[in-house]
Design a protein around this ligand. Structure first.
Ligand SMILES: Cc1ncc(COP(=O)(O)O)c(C=O)c1O
Length: 467
């Protein structure tokens, strides 16, 4: 039995390595967007539950012919879409080790090195942000879950009875503040936490898409007058639409004055802290009660890998989430409890996701990440300069991170994006800013070079001239 198992690993390892290297070798030339329609793909995979097993060769063939060619070209240097990176090879292959060991990092006993390495990478992220020695956190599936965990800590800190007795036990209705540019996971979080989506006050932003602190103060005062309980302020370090960074330090002061929990969603912008040149953009982040930081965005860790960090440490997370089920209640002298990650969030069984992050951070080092972040911002500024030089295009907002938004004089941004998408040579997205559609470019691949950006400009110019 075991001999077969070993042989299967050997055979798969060799064949998979061939497939992976052939696929990544094709990234330079292959189209970014696959051409198949949802109907075509549905048909391609429409087959009954297999009665008999298939051979490894047949399965790998299906991957090569049907799965990989129809995948979105996220790892391509010409992918300028969402905050989705080219994954580092060390991260891709770390995932193999993770699956091979299949440690369950939920409880220390079930995943000793998973838990220990998770604690280590959390420490590294905290140190990167100058979070104090007490700070701690947990990995999460992504920024959405990290935001939810943080907002639950906020809710439970401000209204301690709600965890056990429900929202009705709160003295007043809780409200949360974030800019009108915040990620939709904040809306979802307040809903899931029983506060209701209307409890999220979307504060207007200025012409650079930063939260207006004057409007925030006015809204808090209004809410107090009307009997609401201001409970949490969310700042964003790198908004999803335009990459803008809220005034982080100023928001910390507003939160302090109003006894609110302060959360910074740095899911995208967190890695600015690697760069001596750009880290001042995050000034004051260490004052936040909690921080969301997604290594699967600008740290090139393959999906999924998010993190939430909490200034006052694991105790806060445990106050909110800890349980001791019978089958996890053996006493090991207490030293293990600290590394039972199921106590720090919603997840039970968890992948050994810290491994790919640990390996990625060891591979890149602070310097490697600083260089990547700086290069991406430089390339984005270069792109912005080229857009400025084009007739009929106008930029919207500023380049603060590696995102650039712009419009076309025809007001037909969606058509322009779709034309480019059909061509498939590059991919960019659109968003809506101030009620109007805009084109959006994000540089998030360490493979992207200036000639790729020039190619993107050529495609944009061509599509614009055809409108
Ligand atoms: C600012 C911000 N926060 C949170 C998220 C959610 O992250 P995820 O998609 O990993 O759940 C995103 C995703 O783009 C984001 O841009």
């Amino acid at each position: 039995m075991i001999d077969d198992f070993v042989e299967q690993h050997r055979e798969l390892g060799q064949k998979v390595t061939e497939i992976v290297t052939a696929h990544v070798a094709g990234l330079a030339e292959r189209r970014v967007t696959p051409e198949a329609t949802p109907q075509q793909l549905e048909k391609l995979f429409d087959e009954p539950l297999p009665e008999k097993g298939s051979s490894i060769d047949e399965i790998l063939k299906r991957f090569r012919t049907d799965v990989a060619p129809n995948a979105m070209g996220v790892p391509s240097p010409r992918y300028f879409g969402q905050f989705n990176p080219t994954p580092l090879p060390i991260g891709v292959w770390a995932d193999v080790f993770t699956s091979m060991l299949n440690q369950n990092g939920g409880a220390w006993r079930n995943g000793p090195t998973s838990a220990m390495i998770e604690a280590r990478v959390i420490r590294w992220l905290c140190d990167l942000l100058n979070y104090g020695a007490q700070s701690f956190g947990t990995l999460a599936s992504g920024g959405s879950e990290a935001n939810l965990i943080a907002l639950k800590c906020a809710r439970d800190r401000i209204a301690g009875s709600v965890k056990d007795h429900g929202m009705r036990s709160a003295s007043r209705d809780l409200v949360v503040y974030a800019s009108d540019q915040c990620h939709y996971s904040i809306d979802k979080s307040v809903d899931i936490l029983g506060m209701g989506r209307n409890s999220l006050r979307k504060i207007p932003t200025d012409d650079r898409f930063h939260i207006r602190v004057d409007a925030l103060r006015e809204q808090i005062a209004r809410d107090r007058d009307e009997g609401y309980l201001p409970s949490c302020i969310v700042g964003v370090a790198g908004t999803t639409s335009s990459g803008a960074i809220d005034p982080i330090e100023e928001l910390a002061a507003v939160a302090r004055e109003n006894d609110c929990w302060y959360h910074v969603d740095a899911a995208y912008g967190g890695p600015l802290a690697f760069s001596a040149k750009h880290k001042a953009k995050l000034q004051g982040i260490e004052l936040a009660d909690s921080i969301t930081f997604d290594p699967h965005k600008w740290m090139f860790v393959p999906f999924s890998c998010g993190a939430v960090l909490v200034r006052e440490g694991g105790r806060v997370l445990r106050d909110s989430f800890d349980m001791t089920p019978e089958y996890l209640s053996e006493d090991r002298g207490g030293s293990d409890v600290e590394f039972d990650f199921f106590r720090y969030g919603q997840m039970g069984t968890r992948r050994f996701n810290s491994l790919k992050l640990w390996m990625a951070m060891k591979f890149m080092g602070r310097e490697g990440y600083a260089r990547a972040v700086e290069r991406h911002i430089d390339l984005t500024n270069y792109f912005a300069g080229r857009i400025d030089a084009l007739p009929n295009f106008e930029r919207v907002g500023e380049v603060e991170t590696a995102v650039c938004c712009f419009r076309h004089s025809s007001n037909s941004e969606q058509q322009l994006q779709q034309k480019i998408e059909r061509e498939g040579e590059v991919w960019l997205t659109t968003t809506v800013l101030r009620g109007r559609r805009a084109l959006r470019v994000n540089i998030n691949s360490f493979l992207t070079e200036q000639h790729h950006v020039d190619h993107l400009i050529t495609q944009i110019e061509k599509a614009g001239s055809e409108l």
